[in-house]
Design a protein around this ligand. Sequence first.
Ligand code: G3D
Ligand code: MG
Length: 215
Amino acid sequence: MATRTKNFKVVLLGEGCVGKTSLVLRYCEDKFNDKHITTLQASFLNKKLNVGGKRVNLAIWDTAGQERFHALGPIYYRDSNGAILVYDITDEDSFQKVKNWVKELRKMLGQDISLCIAGNKIDLEKSRHVSVEEAEEYALSVGAKHIHTSAKLNKGIDELFLALTKRMLQVSDTQSPVQSTGNSSGTGRGAGRRNVVQVVNEDEAEQPQKSGCCS
Ligand code: G3D
Ligand code: MG
């Protein structure tokens, strides 16, 4: 049983337009600026990896923009083993949002959830508005790993998911075998297939959908 695949649920959280979907698509499908799904649903992609001889299957959950309507609740992140909190290094507000998400996750899920903070869009370094020192100090203070990424240039993304996976493995090693298999509802299906799950209330789904993201 020691070689059994570990299934982990990972959620991406952060303000709209910081690059969450781009990071997931780059990591799982090596694509950038692909057409995103535009329904008010969340989806997850599976990614298999091998860490120090351990087989891991990540179910990586991405929102479809509910965060823009403040319509993303515990139903999205419940049962998560790990979370990636994404901000845009050119947008100070998006970094403040990360702090709110960390507070909420710690309150709802405690220390069992592993956290990584991604400072995305480092290809736009000249327009940086969040200081590296502040971001790294903050991450350290909440027990999260901080990593700089660019979905555009494919920088830091493997490192980001690997760092999170190592942390989740550490946590699962200290738990009982039953708990260590992680969430089962979001994992174990065909790799590479997009899995779509309704996670918002019907009245929220009535709200208008912006077609472009950041304009
Ligand atoms: P979200 O899922 O967090 O809402 P998206 O964010 O992945 O939809 O990305 C929002 C916009 O940021 C997209 O631009 C996307 O191309 C851009 N983006 C994502 N990652 C990077 C990055 O690393 N560098 C740069 N320069 N841009 C990035 P559009 O124009 O399609 O809205
Ligand atoms: Mg998105």
